[in-house]
Design a protein around this ligand. Structure first.
Ligand SMILES: [Zn+2]
Length: 281
């Protein structure tokens, strides 16, 4: 998928001017597990409609390799193309979405679960990229591994397959930790690894959160946003939309976005990659 240079230049000017003023940061909202296996197509369509009304463009991480019936595949493809037509981005979320596709549970890999090799990962990513391209008519530029599990070979495979960015790293582990968590990466914004721009996730604030507890999640997300903003980072919120009701998700997003709308610029991840200068550390 190509880019519109004129628009990018305009956006770049806008973002840099905000950075100089120190008043605004770049933010992105992303959604994982986009597949009829996890999220019914009707719920995905409702989410896209809601985001369109909210006026923000987001990144959807799609699992393209699944056993769909031809009818379901057709409905899913139409919904993905609808999202694209409204300015959203489709990126790749693994191959079949199993736990050891691209990494293993830290810190100790079990002998019975082999560490995925470069060749194996390259083969999986190439197949998944082809499947998503056939499904939605667009080549993905970005990747996020299932369960945030990856290794160095993942970056090498992405680089060989012409991906521009990865977003499998998370600033904290666990990403959804409300009561406790530890900081996992130093960078609060994009940086380069093996020719790939890594855009770390700030938090997965709604994962396994009960519908009545969304206010606690909003407080945590707002606190992280303020912290990242004060350090001139990039705020990336990831959401698993099948983990809570549509009503709660929309309520959360409406409140969160309205609280920070005057302090940030919402862009999809591919625009962060292109427009934000990267720290090469
Ligand atoms: Zn996932």
């Amino acid at each position: 998928m190509g880019f519109a240079p004129k628009r990018n230049v305009l956006l770049l000017t806008k973002i840099i001017s905000h950075d100089i003023e120190g008043k605004r940061v770049i933010s992105s909202i992303t959604f994982d597990d986009i597949s009829p296996t996890y999220l019914p197509v009707s719920k995905l369509k409702g989410l896209v409609d809601f985001l369109n009304d909210l006026g923000i463009c987001c990144t959807f991480f799609v699992v393209p390799i699944q056993n769909y019936s031809p009818c379901l595949r057709s409905e899913f493809a139409a919904c993905l193309r609808f999202a694209l037509s409204h300015g959203h981005e489709l990126s790749l979320h693994g191959y079949e979405h199993i736990k050891n596709e691209f990494g293993y549970f830290y810190p100790i890999p079990l002998p019975v679960i082999p560490i995925p090799s470069f060749e194996k990962q390259k083969e999986r990513i190439a197949s998944a990229k082809k499947a998503l391209t056939q499904l939605a008519g667009v080549e993905p530029l970005g990747f996020r591994s299932p369960f945030y599990l990856y290794n160095n070979a993942t970056y090498e495979a992405l680089s060989v397959l012409n991906f521009k960015y990865d977003s499998s790293k998370t600033i904290f582990k666990p990403t959804h930790g409300i009561r406790w968590r530890i900081r996992w990466v130093r960078n609060l914004g994009p940086y380069k690894v093996h020719d790939i721009v890594e855009i770390p996730v700030s938090g997965d604030y709604l994962y396994n959160v009960k519908n009545e507890d969304i206010f606690t999640s909003i407080r945590r997300a707002l606190s992280d946003f303020a912290w990242i903003r004060s350090r001139n980072g990039v705020f990336v919120m990831n959401i698993h939309p099948h983990k809570l009701s549509s009503t709660s998700l929309q309520r959360f997003l409406h409140m969160f976005v309205s609280k920070i709308l005057d302090k940030t610029e919402f862009v999809k991840l591919m625009d962060i990659d292109l427009l934000k200068g990267c720290d090469n550390s």
